[in-house]
Design a protein around this ligand. Sequence first.
Ligand code: HEM
Ligand code: NAG
Ligand code: NAG
Ligand code: NAG
Ligand code: NAG
Ligand code: NAG
Ligand code: NAG
Length: 381
Amino acid sequence: MVSFVNFVSLALALASTASAFPAYGSLAGLTREQLDVILPRLEFKQPTPPPGPPKDTGVKLINDAAHPWKAPGPSDIRGPCPGLNTLANHGYLPRNGVASPAQIITAVQEGFNMENSFARFVTYSAHLIDGNLVTDLLSIGQATNETGPAPPAPALAAGLDTHALFEGDASMTRADAYWGDNHSFNQTLFNELMSFMDKYGNGRYNLTVASEIRWQRIQDSMSTNPTFGLIMPRFFTAYAETTFPINFFVDGRMTGTRSLSKEDAQYFFQRGQFPDGWHRHGVPSSTEGMDTVVNAHPIRPGSNTKGVNTYTADPTSADLSPEQFCLIYVNFVNRSVKSLYPNPTGVLLKVLNINLQWLYDSISEQCPGQQQFPYGNSTTQ
Ligand code: HEM
Ligand SMILES: *[C@@H]1O[C@H](CO)[C@@H](O)[C@H](O)[C@H]1NC(C)=O
Ligand SMILES: *[C@@H]1O[C@H](CO)[C@@H](O)[C@H](O)[C@H]1NC(C)=O
Ligand SMILES: *[C@@H]1O[C@H](CO)[C@@H](O)[C@H](O)[C@H]1NC(C)=O
Ligand SMILES: *[C@@H]1O[C@H](CO)[C@@H](O)[C@H](O)[C@H]1NC(C)=O
Ligand SMILES: *[C@@H]1O[C@H](CO)[C@@H](O)[C@H](O)[C@H]1NC(C)=O
Ligand SMILES: *[C@@H]1O[C@H](CO)[C@@H](O)[C@H](O)[C@H]1NC(C)=O
């Protein structure tokens, strides 16, 4: 809920020319009064339709001369996702860290061979909450500079840093938002990850390491973070992300069982950089191996309801059983999106329906007949 005080400070921020509401700022959760101030200042952009699968999905040199690594500049945005940070640092995404959903889908397909329907599902889910639907722009985090986070405007513009839906607790290499910084690379956590690679993976990251570090990070947050939450959609991403280092970061020329070296893990997680001569995987991928991680230490979605060590299951959250996959989508649209955009009108209603349609299209084969219409049947509007 955005409070009245926030509204006053937002109005003041908008009144000063120094900090206009950024074109990538999310409109989710804003009041009617706030929308009335902001919407007239935004330039409407007809959303670009989602790209289809690329023709070439083979092993390919990605760290090439046309895409050199460059450190982000003071006003470039980076965030909690090492995959997207890497793509921006090499120019596969705009180096300022602000992109359209279509650009993000193209980049994750080209750079990491992410499977098309999964890329669409993840990107439109994130965009509906953390992006600006009117300008068709999503930021991959929050503006930072050498001295730390430098939000250009109200915290409403945190992009993928926005806590609790996608950005969430118990990340492998990022601390919980409770401790303040939820998106920067954290050396302490990375050291722990490397020690798990020694202990469970003979110095490399494989599904056994993924299973154990996932469980360790959950237990750590349960016992130290009084606000710890692990419900959908974070419950899904917390597990899905542990497979990404294997499915996406391992060099495509590796034969046999795929696993990631410590050195390459450091490139991606810490520097957001492709290792020298790095090739992408030759198979379009998504969350392969996730069931292994889930089943190693099963737990129900839930949260610490009364401080540390009070983790309580939330029966209203979908879990990760295959039968509940479509419920993740249904609850996301019917609850999360609907509560953040309770009564959209005009151009906002139009772009919400367009993006909701593209989200459903990405899973329509698995979830036939389950499309949600929180704002009425979009095809009749
Ligand atoms: C397709 C669009 C994508 C979006 C919108 C996205 C978004 C995010 C977000 C919001 C997080 C933070 C979640 C947290 O709190 O831990 C995250 C984490 C992560 N992402 Fe992405 N991501 C995308 C694609 C990718 C790709 C292509 C890769 C790999 C190449 C990747 C790898 C990861 C990993 C490994 C983490 C976990 C970091 C950690 O736990 O320390 N993501 N992503
Ligand atoms: C960097 O961030 C600090 C703290 O938020 C801010 O005071 C400073 O003006 C910023 N510098 C640049 C170059 O943006
Ligand atoms: C996530 O971290 C950023 C930067 O430290 C902070 O500004 C933001 O408020 C955090 N989000 C939440 C909800 O804690
Ligand atoms: C890194 O994470 C650890 C463990 O969660 C935390 O104690 C520490 O404050 C974090 N460091 C920074 C710089 O955020
Ligand atoms: C991970 O590596 C360790 C050490 O080599 C091995 O014992 C374990 O079976 C591997 N896990 C998987 C899922 O391959
Ligand atoms: C979606 O929300 C509406 C209104 O709250 C409710 O009547 C409907 O049953 C929900 N649909 C599903 C499938 O959860
Ligand atoms: C939406 O409206 C169209 C056109 O009236 C209709 O064909 C379609 O069945 C409706 N879909 C749902 C799920 O109600």
